[in-house]
Write a protein that binds this ligand. Structure first.
Ligand SMILES: *Cc1c(COP(=O)(O)O)cnc(C)c1O
Length: 363
């Protein structure tokens, strides 16, 4: 029996998402003990102390189901960002929400517009349904909003925009985005994925736009600046009518006890966020200096990672870095076979990565 013939066609053709290599896997495969991972844009500080305390406290409740409505986290988010709780959907990571959105709104006959070099999950969730992904060419490694507008047809259901984008780190200005939303037909939904928004100086205006644009869905995550990637928690903010629809396909207990408690604690730990930003700014400068010395070009980044052109097959450089115990991210699957994406780490780890890179490029 070929079960591929039984699978729905979108799934049969699907290639799974390639995550960054886990530290334990490299240790297992190569017998290297001292490994650093700069491959999944995780917060190098580890979780906030407030989050750890909340986890310890709430672990006593693990025999109980979580609050399926996520009341305390939604209330904390509503307070912090001046939202109504009925605008908020919680997800098992924001990826969970991206999938819910696709399930709610996208049919096999629909088109979903994504940009070249954009976050891979967008095309994956569309393809799983059997919908058509329309890929618009990038502009300076980022989203070309004019090209995305021009690609809209009556079949277009959804447009995904990552701002900043992963893996290129490019940022669209509030003015550009606002103009784009004004020009877009109301039947087209826009998912504005702001997974890295906390690293930007210019604060996002996206939540304010929701009043004017009911076709806008903003997604954010606790996986990056809030340091909780392992717990899986993210959220969407949208028109309450969209929240209501997402809630119909949402698994009833999609966000667990510990994630809910830790997210509330992290959200209110302003010092941790400030320190996370400072570490990121310093590390970004460290890489830019290092790349300059190596004569390498990089894409200026608004995220917590930096994508560098190594001027040759990045797959080979990636492998050679693995041998030196350094895990970064090759991004050939994103149409960038000569680039590596490096997550900003702590100073010593950044230095080790740059030193290993210098050695590999010299040899
Ligand atoms: C890391 C990342 C996310 C976050 O995913 P989670 O499921 O919340 O961990 C979302 N979008 C982009 C573009 C990302 O890079």
């Amino acid at each position: 029996m070929n079960f591929c013939d039984l699978a729905v066609s979108g799934v049969a053709d699907l290639r799974p998402y390639q995550p960054g290599k886990p530290i334990e896997e490299l240790q297992r495969q190569h017998g290297i003990r001292d490994v650093i991972k700069l491959a999944s844009n995780e917060n190098p500080l580890g979780p906030s102390k407030a989050a750890l305390a909340a986890i310890a406290l709430n672990s006593r409740e693990l025999s109980r189901y979580p609050d399926g409505n996520g009341f305390s986290l939604k209330t904390a988010l509503a307070e912090k960002f001046q939202l109504q709780t009925k605008q908020i959907t919680l997800g098992n990571g924001s990826n969970d929400i991206l999938e819910m959105i696709a399930r709610c709104f996208v049919s096999p006959q629909d088109e979903v517009i994504v940009s070249e070099h954009a976050f891979a999950i967008y095309a994956l969730v569309a393809q799983a349904i059997g919908a058509t992904s329309v890929v618009t060419p990038a502009l300076n490694y980022g989203h070309d909003l004019q090209a995305m507008l021009a690609a809209v047809t009556e079949r277009t259901k959804l447009i995904f925009i990552a701002n900043p984008n992963n893996p290129t780190g490019t940022l669209l200005s509030a003015a550009e985005l606002h103009q784009f939303l004004q020009q877009l037909p109301a039947h087209v939904l826009v998912v504005l994925d702001e997974a890295y928004v906390e690293y930007n100086n210019e604060s996002s205006k996206s939540f304010d736009w929701l009043v004017q644009f009911s076709n806008l869905i903003v997604t954010r995550t606790f996986s990056k600046a809030y340091g909780l990637a392992g717990l899986r928690v993210g959220f969407a903010v949208s028109d309450p009518a969209i929240t209501d629809l997402l809630n119909r396909v949402r698994q009833p207990f999609n966000v667990n006890n510990l994630a809910l408690a830790a997210a509330v604690a992290s959200l209110n730990d302003e010092d941790y966020l400030i320190e996370s930003r400072a570490v990121n700014v310093a590390g970004m400068q460290q890489y830019e200096q290092g790349f300059k010395q190596l004569g390498l070009k990089w894409i200026p980044s608004s995220g917590n990672f930096i994508t560098v052109d190594v001027g040759r097959s990045a797959a080979d450089v990636y492998e050679a870095l693995l041998q030196r115990g350094v895990i970064v991210r090759p991004i050939a699957a994103y149409g960038l076979p000569k680039h590596l994406r490096i997550s900003i780490g702590l100073e010593a780890d950044n230095a080790r990565c740059l030193k290993a890179l210098a050695e590999v490029l010299e040899s």
